[in-house]
Design a protein. Structure first.
Length: 357
């Protein structure tokens, strides 16, 4: 029986310091041996968002023991590790540099290969930690920094179908929360407040709802929320605004997902149509329920990573590392941090004033 690869994954692109060891079983499915995540929520909550300098400092303080903990919890020895995979982008450059430099130094010290991972590829393939999925599949990636529909054709082969032209969905949740006086990250709190509110109370805009294919836009929604927060008086108003925001987001995603289905089908003739939702916002239960229904109606199989693997983690980074290691897709130690690193390098940059849809 040949030795199965053992990969150390490291993640530090934003406000989570994380390390994980994974291997695979006899059937070739990934097996998580340890998955350590240290969140910096307490550091950033009073600022309403991530403060890069503070985030980088915290990564530097924690990376050493997080990696040690991941190794000791895995029950494996350092000598057994076959390769080290670190997130190299996209993300905050000062944060990326910590995990990237640590990973390179670690790999060099144990004389094993180094693999640079795209954080978005980690999210894109994260459901493979729990499900056997064949390519191609349609992916909705909704996180704090990204909102995209992608045709996942193969490892490293992505075709973007739609993207946000301004704010990411997680960012819109966080900004709305901040306006309602909720600490960062506000997404999960908005979901909770929404349960107590009337979703029909406030009529919020749905930017580019009837144009722009499956591209998305959330900035106008945030501006409308800002105007309303100036007029609200009671706690119930807050609940109603959270509920109206949650409902509006669901309506936008419902319509845009159906458009994405159509575009995906034009690009692929696959027997089974699979729709994967990943990234931090995929933890939102109401969004999940709505998307499951949309899939049922349109003959798609829906797949979501378990809640604990929706947000940033190193298991997804190690898993992409494992796939790349098996294909001998290794990197040199001079691989740079890439703050901007799109999955589909050929897709047009669609952000800022004057974007043509
Ligand atoms: O994927 P992630 O952990 O980090 C990035 O790569 O950005 O996503 C974090 C984002 C935050 O904006 C957070 O508010 C949002 O995911 N989020 C949620 C929920 N849980 C996390 N948004 C809405 N509902 C939730 N339950
Ligand atoms: Zn992420």
């Amino acid at each position: 029986m040949s030795k199965k690869p053992l990969i150390l994954g490291i993640e530090s692109s934003c406000d989570e310091t994380a390390a994980s060891l994974i291997t695979e079983n006899e059937l070739g499915f990934p097996v998580i041996l340890s998955n350590i995540i240290s969140s910096q929520e307490n550091i950033h909550k009073k600022f309403g968002g991530v403060v890069p300098e503070l985030a980088a400092r915290s990564h530097i303080e924690k990376i050493d023991w997080i990696v040690q903990k991941a190794i000791s919890e895995s029950g494996k020895k350092i000598e057994e590790i076959d390769a080290v995979a670190s997130t190299a982008g996209p993300g905050l450059v000062v944060c990326l540099s910590v995990g990237l430099s640590f990973g390179k130094a670690f790999a060099s010290a144990i004389n094993k290969p180094f693999i640079a991972i795209n954080h978005l590829e980690g999210h894109a393939l994260s459901p493979k930690l729990n499900f056997k999925i064949d390519y191609p599949y349609l992916l909705l990636l909704i996180s704090g920094g990204h909102s995209q529909y992608l045709n996942v054709k193969n490892l490293g082969e992505y075709k973007r179908l739609g993207t946000t032209i301004d704010d990411a969905l997680g960012e819109a949740f966080d900004k709305t929360a901040k306006l309602l006086g909720i600490e960062y990250p506000g997404g999960p709190q908005i979901e909770k407040l929404a349960e107590k509110g009337n979703p029909k109370k406030f009529d919020l805009p749905k930017p580019i709802f009837n144009k722009g294919g499956c591209n998305l836009s959330f900035a106008g929604l945030k501006t409308a929320v800002l105007k309303i927060t100036k007029t609200i008086k009671s706690e119930q108003d807050k609940f109603d605004l959270a509920a109206s925001f949650q409902k509006t987001v669901e309506e936008i995603l419902k319509k845009k997902t159906i458009i994405a289905f159509d575009q995906f089908e034009k690009q692929n003739i696959s027997q089974e149509k699979i729709f994967v939702v990943a990234g931090g916002v995929a933890a939102n239960k109401k969004i999940r329920t709505m998307l499951v229904k949309v899939c049922e109606k349109n003959n798609y199989k829906s797949l979501f990573p378990p809640i604990e693997l929706c947000g940033d983690n190193a298991a997804m980074i190690a898993m992409v590392g494992l796939e790349k290691f098996k294909l001998n897709q290794l990197n040199h130690f001079d691989h740079p941090a890439k703050p901007r690193w799109p999955l589909d390098e050929n897709a047009l940059f669609l952000k800022g004033a004057g974007v043509q849809l």
